[in-house]
Design a protein around this ligand. Structure first.
Ligand code: AHM
Ligand code: MG
Length: 283
């Protein structure tokens, strides 16, 4: 596992350098869910594939930017599912973006998730790692010597003040729209950049609030991907004392994974907001 976490540190530094200095623009390809792949998405995916291919304990890689599972070592135990560059369309406006990693043992299902991490490419390079279940995630920051220094353990408060509500409002259900309005009526402040990593990082570091990406009339299963985006963050939030749901079940970590690029409605937050959302959604 340490080898994998070291590799995540290395690729985060390399991707951060690539974002700073590489040429921007669209590549000719589309990924499995039909998005235009930015060159930076492809470069980031290549950086991660190259680095992880050196590690004997990794069985396979599953990437948001690859249509198929990439088998590395048939008899090894870890499968890594990752989004190499989440929020990549925001690089051209110089917003913070990130990479997300879920480390699964033997099978791609939530019960097999053994660690999760994400890096944030913002004014600083930060990394959050949750090394195992029932352990608080830890915040690291790149120091002047290009080493990740441990900053602190992350614990969420019971209730926050931020409300990050994603997706096109005209496609929201009445239930969702009135719930989000009720949070604003209660005094919550809007914070939404459009990069999941940056938005969830803000809520986690500020102690609490709600991030939502609901089902909409045109995307009934939401937009965010279960294996690469949703489960790693659910693991981190719940281990930080927060809570999650898909609007139907008690936790995002009880989702049944049926296909690699599956999406789901998702809600992450501190306990108070998720409890309120569950009662609004009749969970
Ligand atoms: P991406 O993986 O193609 O970058 O898409 C995922 C991003 C998330 O980072 C973000 O939360 C969401 O898409 C924003 O979508 P919207 O603009 O519909 O709110
Ligand atoms: Mg993404």
């Amino acid at each position: 596992m340490n080898e994998i976490l070291d590799a995540i540190k290395n690729v985060s530094i390399k991707i951060s350098q690539t974002i700073k200095y590489a040429d921007l623009g669209y590549s000719q390809n589309q990924n499995a869910t039909g998005d235009n792949q930015l060159k930076l998405d492809v470069l980031s995916d290549e950086i991660i594939t190259t680095e992880f291919s050196k590690i004997a304990s990794i069985k396979a890689l599953v990437s948001e930017e690859k249509d198929e599972v990439l088998m590395l070592n048939e008899n090894a135990k870890f499968i890594i599912a990752y989004d190499p560059l989440d929020g990549s369309s925001l690089v051209d406006v110089n917003f913070a973006v990130g990479s997300i990693f879920g480390i699964y043992e033997n099978e791609l299902k939530p019960e097999c998730l053994v660690a999760a991490a994400y890096s944030v490419y913002g004014p600083r390079l930060e990394l959050v790692i949750c090394e195992e279940n029932n352990q608080a995630p830890c915040l690291y920051r790149l120091d002047m010597g290009d080493k990740f220094a441990k900053i602190k353990e992350l614990k969420m408060a019971e209730k926050g003040k931020l409300n990050a509500s994603g997706a096109t409002q005209k496609g929201w259900s009445k239930t969702h729209a009135s719930f989000i309005k009720s949070l604003f009526d209660e005094g919550y402040r809007l914070r939404y950049s459009g990069a999941m990593v940056a938005d969830l990082h803000q809520i986690l570091l500020k102690g609490g609030g709600l991030f939502s990406y609901p089902a909409t009339s045109d995307c009934v299963n939401g937009k965010l991907r279960v294996l690469f985006e949703v489960l790693p963050f659910a693991f981190i939030y719940e281990n930080a004392g927060g809570a999650t749901t898909d609007g139907v079940s008690n936790s995002l970590l009880s989702i049944k994974v049926e296909k690699t690029h599956q999406t789901t409605p998702c809600f992450f937050g501190s306990r108070y907001e998720i409890d309120r959302l569950k009662s609004a959604y009749n969970v």
